[in-house]
Ligand binder design. Sequence first.
Ligand code: MEV
Length: 441
Amino acid sequence: MKENKPIAGFSKFSKSDKVAWLTEQLSLDAKTSDFLADFETKNHSVQAIIAELSENHLSNFHFPFSVAPNFLVNGRYRVFPLVTEESSVVAALGKAAGFWAKRGGFRAEILGTEKKGQLHFLWAGNPKKLTDNIDDLAQKLRADAAPITKKMEQRGGGIRSIELFYLPDILPDYYQIDVAFDTCDAMGANFINSCLEQFGRSLNDWLSTKDDWREEERQAEIVMAILSNYVPDSRVRVWVECPVEELLEHDAPEDARRFAGKFVRAVHVSRNDVSRAVTHNKGIFNGIDALAIATGNDFRAIEAGGHAFAARNGQYSGLSEAVIHDGLFRFSMELSLAVGVVGGVTALHPMARLAMQILENPSAKELMQYLAVAGLASNWSAVRALVTTGIQQGHMKMHLSNILNSLQATDEQKAAARLYFENKEVSFSDVEQYLKYGAGS
Ligand code: MEV
């Protein structure tokens, strides 16, 4: 950085001035501007949409948009659109989809779709005065929010419940108004936050009318009004099952039984050890995030809520479960998540819109099911590899492609290198040496 001081008004600069400032401050290559321009689409209307998704936009950052076919979910085949930079994820999902399609496919069911948000406030009065009057307050909150909730109610959603909690262990005089919402096919973040902010204003209006209450009781101090990404009541269950003997394609039944036992053991470890649980769940979110990003959903919200759900019993644990019962192997998962299929990036981003078409325009409930399926599928492939060949075999094939590309190998060199490294460990330096000096280097 040439000047060690903050830059004022950067967001107001034109794009070329932003790039010029960056190039000069960080002594970047003079061609940086052309380089950035190369990553933009020539389709101006699409480029304008992408640019307006974020502030201080300089260019686009490409990730592969892939698909994995053969996902049999509740009896219907689906193709999953996936966006991920981790090369083994799509292959893992494709393999799991094909494997389970031959064994009845994935089953999924919705266990709830309720989302929550809270108005956090401080109020210095006798808690009983608030708890005794909560019905009256709730009525006022609902009435004042009616202009916001009207359209959502017409679609079948709206505010489902309003509860008051007095929580002095968190802060003195601290309360929450905890609100449950149904936002139908929308993610509903703006809807929920607008309702909650209105609740803050309405709470103080309501308190100000309490003429017989003490002066300090006639107002509350609003701490914040915000939805919660913890959505334990927006939940989906997904599972696959088959006779243990059918778990391996060409092997003897005792091999299949041994494999099933190892798989169950590995999942059991993830449910009881936090170090393993985090990595296990990371493998689950490899699939979920790839589908969430492709469909324009907020994968950070899904991750945050999912990890909190994994710790709902007081210990962070693996999200999936595997059991063998009466000769049947069952692999399942319950996951909390909230998604939208209307509005937001899903409606705006042309690739997200295409992803929704590839999924045959699912409802929010169906998309919840597909996300959970993607999670279980990627978890299946990861754990299967871990308890059999190890993870590196599959990873390294993909890793080799990335290394070859980063070393700008020709197609001929790539083909030769793939053959050469087929049964060898792959490392960046080994591949580099091989390209320079050939086999035996
Ligand atoms: C790598 O992205 C994900 C895995 O580590 C997941 C797991 O260990 O279960 C393979």
